[in-house]
Ligand binder design. Structure first.
Ligand code: K1U
Ligand code: ZN
Length: 166
């Protein structure tokens, strides 16, 4: 099922999510719905808080909605960052109409549980590393706009207020 994606400044996006205690059929269904929603919105990642569920669950597929070849689900992910700091132009399904360059680390190691409850360890770089940092930020109530300069953030907030008045 395709679910509505919460949009900034919805306060639920700023909440810290809780660990998944047990991988129930509901969690498996939530992961499937998140993947469907991510593809429907042309995203390469989605975190549970974006659809109003404050649990530590993310999905990614950097092959994109036209290919759907690299779907990955991570439960209770923990990241270890490495490599150089790089700049990447990010967008977010919860922050429509705005993109901005964010500084992130080049490589990540993810330790998580898979949908079968088994531990997974996965190392990656480039776009997937950026996407994983972005999605894990959502689990801690952070958006990419929390990483940009105060000036750019103020400009975006003003743009939103103007749009809301119309
Ligand atoms: O979390 C989200 O809202 C999904 C977001 C993830 C993301 C985008 C860009 C950099 C890091 C993380 C998106 O998928 S927005 C769509 C998008 O920017 C994109 C789509 C296809 C290829 C590349 C980027
Ligand atoms: Zn996002």
């Amino acid at each position: 099922m395709i679910l509505p994606v919460l949009q900034y400044p919805d306060e639920r996006l700023a909440l810290k999510s809780a660990e998944v205690e047990e991988i129930t059929p509901e969690i498996a269904e939530l992961a499937a719905d998140m993947a469907e929603t991510m593809y429907a919105r042309s995203g390469i990642g989605l975190a549970a808080p974006q659809i109003g569920r404050q649990v530590r669950l993310i999905v990614t597929d950097i092959s994109g909605p036209d290919n759907k070849e690299e779907l990955m689900t991570f439960i209770n992910p923990r990241l270890t960052l490495s490599g150089e700091e790089i700049e990447w132009e990010e967008g977010c399904l919860s922050v429509p109409g705005f993109t901005c360059t964010v500084k992130r680390r080049e490589r990540v190691k993810v330790e998580a549980l898979g949908l079968d409850g088994k531990p997974v360890e996965y190392e990656t770089g480039g776009l997937h590393a950026i996407c994983l940092q972005h999605e894990c930020d959502h689990l801690d109530g952070l958006l990419f706009i929390d990483h940009i300069s105060r000036l750019k953030r103020t400009m975006y907030d003003r743009k939103l207020k103007k749009k809301a008045k119309k």
